[in-house]
Design a protein around this ligand. Structure first.
Ligand SMILES: [Zn+2]
Length: 132
């Protein structure tokens, strides 16, 4: 279970729309099970249907997270035209077993789905999001 503030959820959806039809990505930080801060990270992937967090922006975000005494709780990215479920590549690239993966799926500009997953060694488990 993860608690997500509504304004952060809205920021994630907004970010997905801004980058559409590319995938957007970013990091989510907070305390315990509550996400309180969002960091938009540049997607440096070459392909349209992939994401790769810009390493320098990632380092900067980690420094900010540390300075705020927060913890990295999740990484998010969007699926502009594909289902709200981790792709094979997402599963292969899930290097952080303690981090949640949030996916925003856009069917069009108005309709979206937002889900959280735990991924570890090829296993995918959906995590409940509580919108605060
Ligand atoms: Zn994906």
């Amino acid at each position: 279970m993860i608690i997500l503030a509504k304004d952060i959820a809205e920021e994630m959806v907004q970010h997905s729309r801004e980058e559409y039809p590319r995938e957007c990505c970013g990091m989510l930080a907070g305390k315990d099970t509550t996400i309180t801060k969002l960091f938009k990270i540049k997607n440096i992937a070459q392909r349209m249907d992939e994401y790769e967090l810009d390493p320098l922006e990632q380092v900067n975000a980690f420094e900010k997270i540390d300075s705020l005494s927060l913890k990295l709780l999740g990484v998010y990215h969007s699926h502009p035209n594909h289902p709200c479920y981790p792709s094979g590549l997402d599963i292969n690239q899930a290097f952080y077993p303690d981090t949640l993966f949030l996916i925003i799926s856009l069917k069009d500009m108005k309709t979206f789905q937002l889900k959280a997953f735990k991924m570890c060694e090829g296993e995918v488990e959906e995590e409940t999001i509580i919108f605060d």
